[in-house]
Design a protein around this ligand. Structure first.
Ligand SMILES: O=C(O)CCC(=O)C(=O)O
Ligand SMILES: [Fe+2]
Length: 444
């Protein structure tokens, strides 16, 4: 970095692994689709908007420490302002070509960048190496805890290789000398609005808001050989070691209605009491809801929860794998004791467990995917005799005239077993029995 033309600073182990894990947990439970394909982000304003402001707590000391480092390294005479803070994850297929971080007119306020790596190249993902176009170092290999700090201008043009496997996670901050771009000011105003709107007396007011319905992941994994979409929320709930319980359905995967119906959160044989509006809501509630059962300090709890969840999931799979190996090879003990290279043996076992973990999750996701497709394809028909004639629904025909809908006979002109008395809002039917198809909107 000693090159004055390319001011940059690489700090090793700036964050502890626990800090990395904690931020990862927050991202996994709260992220939303990002600014580009295969990118997810969790911004602080998103956390406030979804009623999870407590998740900001772990960011605060990290932001402060980073700001001090940046001010010190660049010899800033005046205080800097954090312009943006976000957790950003890139999954397979994401990359970014040569650019500087202030390369748009609306980004000119960005003076310095800090990228904290929250997970590790080769261990958690493949691809995703960072390169500077000029000067030293040329390539950075992301490692959990390390930070890269550089100026946001053209003296630090950089790129990131395409992710080829796994998910790469960073905490990215931009700093500005311009106080009008102070992220804190925006956050404080959002927080005060949020406080004004929520009442502590209302039960459940501390619960997260519904997530946006675009929390969807279109996985480019070759597993299903197609760009199939599956719900990242389910995947993430399971990755975090929890289960979903629906009072409507005994078995979670028996019906995709779970996306639309109230659900509860479960872990092992513990069922948490609160009922969430749907699975998206539950995912957001995961951190805050469970934490209140266990401890007051959210940051500590999240760490504990994360570790428990990981251990549980691993333990379960290790147990299953061992049983399988045992039944496959009655002579397992002999085989193992013959192994001299214990480390090698452990690595093989680890790989096997990890592979099994991935397979299991994919199986679940694929099953869910199939159910989702079935649900979409299944016509929403109701048996004719399940509704009574003389309905008081109001119809709007193509001419814009409204009239009461007095059902005599409903003819399925589309031949798709879909009748007006499904919950479709538009249908083409011969509603008055004169052989003429009418396009109608149902008003209520
Ligand atoms: O994640 C990184 O290593 C850098 C990302 C980057 O260049 C950007 O978001 O502008
Ligand atoms: Fe960049």
């Amino acid at each position: 970095m000693e090159d004055a033309k390319h001011l940059r600073l690489i700090l090793r182990d700036f964050l502890t692994l626990n800090e990395c894990k904690e931020l990862e947990f927050i991202h996994k439970s709260s992220s939303t689709v990002g600014y580009r394909p295969n990118v997810f982000s969790t911004t602080l304003s998103h956390l406030i908007a979804t009623n999870c402001p407590h998740f900001i707590i772990p960011f605060v000391p990290i932001r402060e420490r980073l700001k001090e480092k940046v001010e010190e390294f660049f010899g800033c005479e005046y205080e800097l302002f954090v312009e943006f803070t976000g957790l950003i994850s890139w999954s397979k297929g994401a990359s970014i070509g040569w650019h500087s971080d202030d390369n748009r007119p609306y980004l000119k306020q960005r003076d310095f960048t800090a990228v904290c790596y929250l997970n590790t190249y080769a261990k958690d993902f493949k691809g995703g190496l960072f390169h500077f176009q000029d000067g030293e170092p040329t390539t950075l290999v992301p490692k959990a805890g390390d930070v890269a700090i550089y100026t946001a201008d053209i003296s630090n043009v950089h790129s990131v290789d395409e992710i080829t496997e796994g998910e790469r996670l960073t905490l990215t901050l931009w700093f500005s000398r311009d106080s009008t771009h102070d992220e804190d000011a925006k956050l404080i105003s959002l927080l005060s609005e949020n406080l004004l709107c929520s009442s502590n007396n209302v039960p459940g007011s501390k619960l997260p808001m519904l997530a946006s319905s675009n929390m969807y992941w279109f996985s480019p994994e070759p597993v299903s050989n197609q760009q199939s979409g599956f719900n990242i929320c389910c995947a993430r709930i399971h990755l975090l070691g929890f289960d979903i319980y629906s009072s409507q359905e005994k078995s979670f995967f028996s019906d995709i209605m779970i996306l639309m119906e109230p659900v509860k959160l479960a872990r092992a044989d513990e069922l948490f009491e609160h009922e969430f509006a749907n699975i998206l809501h539950l995912l957001q509630g995961l951190g805050s809801q469970v934490s209140s059962f266990l401890a007051k300090r959210i940051d500590k709890t999240v760490k504990i929860l994360l570790r428990m969840a990981e251990l549980d999931m691993r333990k379960e799979i290790i147990g299953m794998e061992l049983n399988k190996i045992h039944s496959e090879h009655q002579t397992m003990d002999v085989q193992f004791s013959e192994q001299k290279d214990l480390k090698g043996m452990f690595e093989v076992f680890e790989r096997r467990v990890t592979k099994r973990l991935e397979e299991l999750l994919y199986q679940r996701w694929q099953k869910l995917d199939k159910l989702l497709e079935e649900q979409i394809e299944r016509p929403k028909s109701l048996p004719k005799n399940s509704w009574s004639n003389g309905s008081d629904r109001v119809l709007l025909n193509q001419k814009g005239e409204t009239r009461d809908f007095d059902v005599k006979e409903e003819i399925d002109l589309l031949d798709d077993s879909t009748f007006l008395h499904g919950d479709r809002e538009k249908e083409e039917v011969d509603i008055f029995g004169d052989g003429e198809a009418e396009k109608v909107d149902i008003i209520n």
